[in-house]
Ligand binder design. Structure first.
Ligand SMILES: Nc1nc2c(ncn2[C@@H]2O[C@H](COP(=O)(O)OP(=O)(O)OP(=O)(O)O)[C@@H](O)[C@H]2O)c(=O)[nH]1
Ligand SMILES: [Mg+2]
Length: 460
């Protein structure tokens, strides 16, 4: 059921700022504005043009001026929620917005729940569910690429692809049902082979989307990158070079870094959580030992390991230990200090790593740092995924539903293979189709909708 009472919230972030916005949506929003707003010209609120700014004063029942403001009226259905929406743009800071919010609530509006404006936009058919989720993601995005992926989702790129796949499945279901109902009419007859062929095409499309989810995860959450290596190879120096400031202490004394140091950077619009660690070696020093333990934990959690080796020293047993410790991770092998005479036998690394995963650098001269950045960036858009290509799955809910849909269609194929009757095959296909509909919001229960919107911020 859609509540169409009038909701209100402060839509700007709390704290000091140039302007603050109080927003209302619902049948009474224009009437409420009429009660609290006066214009120098005496123009009536009910005569306001849509989407025009009007200057005036907000007053309370005692005619006290609360603030000087600009207001805009957007009558439904041409508004964000498809209902009558009013925005009051007042002075920023905590007090004006709060007093105006209190006033509109006294005048009959209700404080909105988190995400309730967008929920109404969804329930009133202005956005589908995937698009509504994109709105929250845009607000939460921490890097340019994450925001870009969400904008594309809001534009409906993902929804369009999902709907395309769903339509193909629905056509198939219709054909199967026609064959069951009118088996004697060859015209509509669809053979099990035809069904399998169609399912294969659909499975391929779903699979392609699922494959983008690993890029999606990296885009959304950032790449957890951990720099490891034996002491003194230049790990902290590399961190400082990537962060572009002297964040970590660098000295020529091995064992300088004792604790894990974490920094957030963006490389070409991609968020990277970069961690410098204590050099890995066996040590008697208790503090260093604890650092080494933390390094091990960071390795476990990393999306990418940058294993640093000192090109000016022979390959040592500690280097070997490091190779061993990171062997089941995604690793970039960095050979540092190439400004000095080479002593490292790089065969030890080349034997286990492919060439594109080895980069030679000198933090001292700055050589090769850009290649390290390129490598991290390319990790996100690896394989078939390119930035301007199709939609990217950034949402775990979508990923789960796609996988579930995929599994149902595989079951449908298995059912055909063992000669099950077509009406049973159609049940599996229908389940796969419904999963797709849950992404765009055609088949979702109220509690799922509530859960999704409760994660939004207030006023959106
Ligand atoms: N010649 C040369 N020296 C470098 C280079 N990179 C780092 N160094 C020096 O190597 C020494 C160790 O650098 P750090 O960055 O502290 O090394 P680390 O791996 O963090 O060492 P720990 O924290 O002790 O594990 C410092 O004296 C740096 O100035 C380089 O590219 N060339
Ligand atoms: Mg260090």
């Amino acid at each position: 059921m859609i509540d169409n009472d009038t909701i209100a919230a402060i839509s700007t972030a709390p704290g000091q700022g140039g302007i603050g916005i109080v927003r209302m949506s619902g049948d009474n929003s224009i009437k409420i504005l009429r009660d609290i707003f006066i214009l120098p010209s005496g123009l009536r609120v009910t005569n306001f043009k849509d989407r025009y700014f009007y200057y005036g004063k907000i007053i309370n029942k005692d005619k006290e001026i609360i603030d000087e403001v600009l207001v805009v009226v957007m009558r439904g259905p041409k508004s964000y929620t498809k209902e009558d929406v009013v925005e009051v743009h007042c002075h920023g800071g905590m007090i004006s917005v709060r007093r105006i919010l209190e006033l509109v609530i006294e005048s009959g509006a209700r404080l909105s729940e988190p995400g309730e404006f967008t929920k109404r936009a969804f329930l009133n058919g202005r956005l589908d569910l995937a698009q509504a989720e994109a709105v929250a993601d845009i607000i939460l995005s921490k890097s340019q690429e994450a925001q870009r992926a969400s904008i594309s989702q809001l534009e409906g790129k993902l929804s369009k692809e999902i709907e395309g796949i769903a339509t193909a499945l629905l056509d198939l279901i219709a054909q199967i049902e026609a064959s069951i109902d009118y088996p004697e009419e060859d015209l509509d007859y669809v053979s099990p082979e035809d069904i399998e062929k169609e399912l294969d095409l659909t499975l391929e499309r779903i699979e392609r989307l699922i494959e983008t989810s690993s890029s999606g995860k990296l885009i959304r959450q950032g790449i957890k990158t951990v720099i490891v290596g034996k002491p003194n190879v230049g790990k902290s120096s590399l961190l400082n070079a990537l962060v572009k400031e002297n964040r970590a202490i660098v000295t020529s004394i091995p064992g300088t870094t004792r604790d894990v140091i974490e920094e957030l950077i963006t490389i070409k619009g991609i968020q990277v959580n970069i961690t410098d660690t204590a050099g890995l070696r066996t040590t008697e020093d208790m503090i260093e030992q604890m650092g080494v333990e933390r390094t091990k934990k960071s390795i476990d959690e990393a999306d990418l390991i940058i294993a640093v080796f000192d090109g000016s020293l022979p390959f040592e047993v500690e280097d070997k230990d490091i190779l061993k410790r990171v062997e089941d991770k995604k690793v970039l092998y960095v050979i540092n200090k190439i400004d000095m005479p080479r002593k490292l036998d790089t065969r030890n690394i080349k034997d286990i790593a492919s060439l594109e995963d080895i980069i030679e650098i000198s933090v001292k001269s700055g050589k090769g740092i850009d290649r390290v950045e390129d490598y991290i960036y390319n990790m996100v858009y690896s394989g078939d995924v390119s930035i301007d290509d199709g939609p990217i799955i950034t949402n775990i809910r979508h990923e789960r539903l796609l996988k579930s849909s995929y599994d149902h269609l595989i079951e449908a194929k298995a059912a055909i293979d063992i000669g099950m009757p077509l009406d049973l095959v159609a049940i599996d296909i229908r389940a796969g189709w419904e999963d797709l509909g849950s992404i765009t919001g055609e088949f979702v229960t109220d509690d799922i909708i509530d859960r999704i919107f409760s994660n939004f911020c207030l006023g959106k």
